[in-house]
Design a protein around this ligand. Structure first.
Ligand SMILES: [Zn+2]
Length: 136
């Protein structure tokens, strides 16, 4: 619907244990679509999720269902990245707002890298294998 009405949309989620998470935006006609982001995640080594060796599931996996234990500190950081990217996108025409970025995808790793956190930001163009963007 957002694509149809030409409205930007921001997605975010964290992986098991909140060891990594991401926020990304789709601006119709300007960026890759949701599926382009997924294709790029699959292709790009820097965008690979980091997961604990053992997941402590508290519910069956399911959409919009808390499925594992994760630190609220880490999920909060992803929530803040998501909020920042949303404001930055929605107020892109305001001169006193955040400066604009060409990067549409924020990926943050909280654990699994020897105690080091990592932030990756990428511009996501249309992916050549995206069925949605390559319809004629
Ligand atoms: Zn696409």
């Amino acid at each position: 619907m957002a694509y149809h009405y030409n409205i930007p949309i921001v997605y975010s989620f964290v992986g098991p244990g909140a060891w990594s998470g991401r926020a990304f935006r789709v601006v119709p006609g300007e960026t890759g679509c949701y599926y382009c982001h997924l294709e790029h995640i699959g292709d790009d080594e820097e965008l690979q999720s980091v997961e604990p060796n053992e997941n402590q599931e508290i519910y069956d996996d399911g959409c919009a269902t808390p499925a594992f234990i994760g630190s609220g500190i880490d999920t909060g950081i992803i929530a803040n990245f998501t909020t920042r990217l949303s404001i930055q996108t929605l107020l892109s025409e305001e001169k006193d707002s955040y400066e604009q970025t060409e990067n549409d995808h924020i990926f943050w790793i909280s654990q699994g890298k020897g105690g080091n956190m990592k932030l990756v930001q990428k511009k996501i163009d249309k992916h050549p294998d995206c069925d949605h963007c390559n319809r004629s």
